[in-house]
Design a protein around this ligand. Structure first.
Ligand SMILES: Nc1ncnc2c1ncn2[C@@H]1O[C@H](COP(=O)(O)OP(=O)(O)OP(=O)(O)O)[C@@H](O)[C@H]1O
Ligand SMILES: [Mg+2]
Length: 244
């Protein structure tokens, strides 16, 4: 589904952040990416999403057989890529539900699918919010406006669940979540998984991985994957640290 080869990316000033990164994600897989602060984990997800702060200087990213790097941000999203941000933005004045309605409409239009009717949308929104144990009042509030840290993270999962991407990079979705919210969010992730969908969990801690179990764990150090392994690698790292 996703094939990243020898990916190099720099900031506008030429500073190289990603230094030859290789990663393959197949259908129906859960991957975890760990690694020290500043290693390039968020940069990787933003480069794949098409964030304008980064320039790809070398390498390739193929997603569903297409050259992802030649596509606009919107085209990448419409092709099925989703990013759950480490620091979700607040957009006051843009209603949470209004935003999701517009996003889904835009996606359906781009893919030549019929517009989702009002009752189908409302029902899906209601069910998803129940799954994530979110109060319906969050529909009316501005996008992430005044949301607590954990509420913002939960709202990222709401967006993911509504958009049903084939590949989601969730950047530290677990940080800031309370014990119950962690379980609820992981449950939301698991419910969305199927043979066609994949998720990459960027995390610093094992605890999310207890609930959403990865088949593959990778460690990014200094802009490239320094080690990959099975689920046991996360436990080993927690015990021994990145010196390992
Ligand atoms: N837009 C930017 N402007 C300046 N520096 C940047 C920018 N984006 C990333 N960097 C730098 O690139 C490096 C990698 O950052 P990145 O956010 O990808 O790290 P990370 O692995 O996600 O770390 P953390 O675990 O703390 O979230 C850091 O040194 C960061 O300061
Ligand atoms: Mg980060």
């Amino acid at each position: 589904m996703l094939n990243i080869k020898d990916l190099h990316a720099t900031l506008a000033d030429g500073t190289e952040i990603l230094k030859g990164l290789n990663l393959s994600v197949g259908k129906g897989e859960i991957h975890a990416i760990m690694g020290p602060n500043g290693a390039g984990k968020s940069t990787l997800s933003k480069v794949i999403a098409g964030h304008p702060s980064y320039r790809v200087t070398k390498g390739s990213v193929v997603f569903h057989g297409k050259n992802l790097l030649s596509l606009s941000v919107a085209e990448r999203a419409n092709l099925g890529f989703f990013i759950g941000f480490q620091y979700p933005l607040e957009i006051p004045g843009l209603g949470n539900e209004e935003f999701l309605r517009a996003t889904i409409d835009a996606k359906h239009k781009a893919l030549n699918l019929p517009k989702m009717n009002e009752s189908e949308f409302s029902e899906k929104m209601k069910k998803t919010m129940q799954l994530l144990e979110m109060d319906s009042r969050y529909k009316e509030r501005g996008l992430n406006e005044g949301f607590s840290g954990g509420e913002k993270k939960r709202n990222e999962i709401l967006q993911m669940a509504m958009l049903e991407p084939s590949l989601a990079f969730l950047d530290e979705t677990d940080s800031g979540l309370d014990i119950d919210a962690l379980r609820i969010v992981a449950n939301g992730i698991n419910k969305l998984m199927n043979a066609e969908r994949s998720v990459v969990l960027i995390t610093h801690y094992q605890r999310l991985l207890d609930y959403a179990k990865p088949q593959f764990v990778h460690v990014i150090i200094d802009g490239k994957i320094a080690k990959s392994g099975g689920a046991g690698l996360a436990l080993e790292l927690e015990e021994k640290g990145y010196e390992l």
